[in-house]
Design a protein around this ligand. Structure first.
Ligand code: OKP
Ligand code: ZN
Length: 343
């Protein structure tokens, strides 16, 4: 399997996030992608190639142009006000307030975000552009006939909505790839999100569309971030009615219950008749993950890959979460190895 990777991910290097009432070292760090890449080479998964440059047009197929422009200029605007230290938002729109675009960067950060865990740093925009290119290059490989491809994206993307960032995510790499697959000929595409957290951004982007099925297995939002989306009764709207499926699972979920939900999800995907599959591949379902509370083990990940291969669909894996850095490489690449063994 070909891996697409760009060193530019390391230009996004947040110092801190608000966690348990304190500013702590960011869980989402450059070392994550470096360790997945070294595992890819260690096991000889296949060639590692750099992305092609697609520009921002395919990004704007799923993100609002004013949001993209905001991200492009946010760091410089922040530095002009506060100096060269990471930008974090601190206030948001609540019911009863007005949805107006502020002039000041501090207000704009709140307007275009939904949490205090997602710093904008000097190289964030370059890094998220590179991640979009990585996803788009992977989509192109799959569109051109590869059975599977791995877009080793960082930062992750599935929490990013059409016009706001959060959850370590800025550009929704998986959504950008799914849209590119649609635009290059696939009539119906599925995004299957197996990250521990609900892919609220991806769901929202495709919620009113019947051509992209979004399916997600994740920690129940009554207990876990992102709290305000990801419930089982969210099934899509308008033309998208029936093209959204959430599988919320409780804290402590192990592989038996998790894989039963995956079996159900796979049947749902097969019935949809997708021509291509994008997998939002998070491995923060691992029992050793420092911010998550599922109980999957390292041996489970190749099994998951084998189950995904059973769909017999051209499949693009897009890297999302996973914060147990010592295990992220083995677990993420384990899924890909399991897929290849069964493909
Ligand atoms: C990104 B991805 C911290 C709460 C959680 C945000 C988690 C974002 C996960 N106390 N913070 O889905 O892996
Ligand atoms: Zn996650």
């Amino acid at each position: 399997m070909i891996t697409v990777f760009s060193d530019a991910h390391a230009l996004h290097d947040g110092k801190a996030e608000l966690h348990d009432g304190k500013l702590v070292t960011s869980f989402e760090m450059p070392r994550r992608a470096a360790l997945v890449l070294s595992r890819v080479t260690e096991v000889g998964l296949g060639p590692v190639i750099p992305p092609s440059a697609f520009g921002l047009d395919p990004v704007k197929r799923v993100h609002a142009p004013d949001y993209v422009d905001f991200l492009a200029g946010a760091w410089d605007a922040w530095v002009a006000e506060h100096g060269a230290y990471d930008a974090l938002p601190f206030t948001w729109i609540a019911p009863g307030m007005r949805r107006v675009v502020p002039d000041h960067i501090d207000g704009k950060l709140g307007y275009y975000s939904f949490d205090a865990g997602t710093p904008i740093t000097a190289g964030t925009f370059q890094a998220v552009r590179a991640a979009a290119d990585v996803a788009l290059t992977g989509a192109q490989l799959v569109a051109r006939g590869e059975r599977g491809a791995f877009a080793l994206t960082r930062p992750p993307g599935h929490h990013a909505h059409r016009a706001c960032y959060g959850g370590y995510c800025f550009f929704n790499n998986a959504a950008i790839a799914a849209q590119a697959l649609r635009d290059t000929g696939a009539e119906r595409v599925c995004v299957l999100d197996i990250d521990y957290h609900h892919g609220n951004g991806t769901q929202d982007i495709f919620y009113d569309r019947g051509d992209v099925l979004f399916v997600s297995l994740h920690a129940d939002p009554v207990q876990e971030y992102p709290y305000f989306l990801g419930f089982a009764d969210e099934t899509g709207t308008g033309a998208g009615e029936g093209a959204n499926a959430n599988y919320p699972l409780p804290f402590g979920t192990g592989f038996e219950a998790w894989s039963a939900a995956l079996d159900h999800a796979l049947a749902r995907i097969a019935a949809f008749g997708a021509e291509a599959l994008v997998v939002s591949l998070g491995v923060d379902t691992y029992k050793g993950d420092p911010i998550s509370r599922f109980r999957l083990d390292t041996a489970d990940y190749p099994t998951i890959g084998g189950m995904l291969a059973g769909l017999r669909l051209p499949t693009l894996f897009v890297m999302e979460g996973g914060y147990a850095v010592e295990a992220i490489g083995v677990n993420a690449v384990g899924v890909l190895q399991g897929f290849e063994a069964a493909a």
